[in-house]
Design a protein around this ligand. Structure first.
Ligand SMILES: Cc1cc2nc3c(=O)[nH]c(=O)nc-3n(C[C@H](O)[C@H](O)[C@H](O)COP(=O)(O)OP(=O)(O)OC[C@H]3O[C@@H](n4cnc5c(N)ncnc54)[C@H](O)[C@@H]3O)c2cc1C
Length: 423
């Protein structure tokens, strides 16, 4: 069935009604791509899939931007699928064409190019953007972020023409930015507000061990320090710290967290809090609109790692295809697996012990190995591993399942094969 719409400019567009309109996806990041692959594998019922993407490139491996920055892999390795894959599966991707408006009454989206596209169902996968610091000087030239391929190219370019960088933020993104710039020959200072690095994933001991190791490799790391202002005329020339110390620099990278991209959804009247509110089937407050990945919020949870987004993609694909094994999303205790400058790190569940926590720790400082398991009432409730993370998935499984570990509590630090052999 066809319907005619007329627009303010007098232009008329012909569109299909929602019953036979395609599935429209807004955003083409890693999570949207995973959803598309699951839909294709399940033989989805839609009359095609149309994807609008703000970035000029189809979905790529954002995680590997750190490896590109560190000059470990070429940009060409980032692609997730060749263009022929999209044509073969009737997926139309419009890059560099962000959606600017959603009309949930008409069931249409409008793009920055003025295109109006009807949808049968709409999926928002708009991800997030780097949070700003809210201090003066953030708009100066030479103040960059680390989120996209374009950001990465700008950082590589800056490293080829400048010598000194200050990276603000000692979470995994800040550490990877700092290490990448160091690998490209810059003298890098990293500022971190908390008293130890990766404070969301690591305890103080592991954070300090990581700091020592990175310092040995040449990073200047200042913990317990925040910037008060970025100084310069048109280009950044220095960072003023809270204690009024002024550090000269040629480049500043802000990596202090992410903010979900929700404006489009909020203006369309969808319920939003920090992210776009979804239920366990990834449905927003409108029955034809879904959201997943870093732009969504489930209960009080928002997301900053790819794994929960992949789980959400699986759940949503099953629901959109109405498969019999459709599942519900539950955030569980999502494990963080990272590699900082070649050092594997694993963290799952709680990081800090409470008064009733049994604390099992081991460390080998010269080998940069550390492990800490937190046990409460016979159950594993937290695991932090650095250096050797092979047992991480087993510990994550024990934390998630809440199984009683009393039978092998004394040997649990040796890992699953040992515990099973000894049982
Ligand atoms: C350098 C780096 C390293 C990382 N390393 C890890 C790691 O080791 N492990 C890990 O788990 N995670 C890591 N992450 C995080 C991980 O990349 C993200 O969790 C994941 O990419 C989120 O996917 P997403 O699809 O939800 O959002 P995004 O990847 O942000 O994709 C959203 C897309 O939507 C587009 N968009 C936004 N608004 C619109 C609009 N209005 N219209 C159309 N398109 C729009 C955006 O331009 C973007 O392309 C890393 C991230 C970075 C930047």
């Amino acid at each position: 069935m066809l319907r005619l719409f007329s627009f303010g400019s007098g232009a008329r567009l012909t569109m299909r009604t929602s019953e036979d309109a395609p599935l429209v996806i807004c955003g083409h990041g890693m999570v949207a791509q995973r959803l598309i692959e699951r839909l294709v594998a399940l033989g989805h019922p839609f009359n095609g899939i149309v994807v609008f993407n703000a970035e000029p490139f189809s979905a790529y491996n954002r995680i590997q931007l750190s490896a590109v920055l560190a000059n470990e892999i070429p940009e060409a390795d980032l692609a997730l699928k060749p263009q022929s894959w999209f044509a073969r599966h009737k997926v139309s991707v419009f890059n560099h064409e962000p959606v600017t408006r959603i009309d949930t009454d008409r069931g249409t989206v409008t793009t920055a190019h003025g295109r109006v596209q009807a949808y049968s169902k709409l999926v928002l996968a708009t991800g997030s953007r780097p949070s700003s610091l809210g201090i003066s000087g953030e708009d100066l030239d030479g103040v960059l972020t680390f989120r996209t391929l374009a950001d990465t190219r700008a950082l590589i370019n800056a490293a080829s023409t400048h010598k000194r960088a200050v990276v603000i933020g000692g979470g995994f993104l800040g550490l990877e930015a700092a290490e990448g710039l160091r690998a490209r020959g810059m003298a890098v200072t990293l500022l971190h507000r908390s008293d130890h690095l990766l404070n969301r994933q690591l305890d103080t001991t592991a954070g300090d061990m990581l700091k020592g190791l990175l310092a040995q490799r040449g990073l200047n790391i200042l913990t317990g320090q925040s910037p008060a202002a970025l100084l310069g005329k048109s280009r950044v020339a220095a960072v003023q710290l809270n204690d009024d110390t002024v550090m000269s620099t040629d480049l500043v990278v802000i990596a202090t967290g992410i903010t979900p991209n929700i404006d489009l959804a909020r203006i369309a009247g969808l319920q939003c809090n920090k992210g776009i509110c979804v239920d366990s089937r990834m449905r927003t407050s409108h029955p034809a609109v879904y959201a997943l990945g870093e732009c969504c919020q489930f209960g009080t949870h928002t997301f900053g790692l790819v794994e929960p987004g992949f789980q959400q993609a699986q759940v949503l694909a099953q629901h959109l295809c109405q498969t019999s094994e459709a599942t519900e999303f539950s955030p569980g205790s999502i494990a963080t697996r990272l590699k900082i400058s070649g050092i594997p790190i694993f963290s799952c569940g709680r990081v800090q012990a409470g008064p009733a926590t049994e604390d099992i720790q081991w460390q080998d400082r010269p080998e940069h190995r550390y492990g800490r398991l937190l046990v409460e009432q016979g159950q594993l409730v937290g695991a932090v591993l650095m250096g050797d993370t092979a047992s991480g998935p087993w510990y994550a499984d024990l934390i998630d399942s809440g199984r009683d570990i009393s039978g092998y509590r004394d040997t649990i630090a040796f890992g699953q094969p040992y515990c099973e052999a000894a049982a």
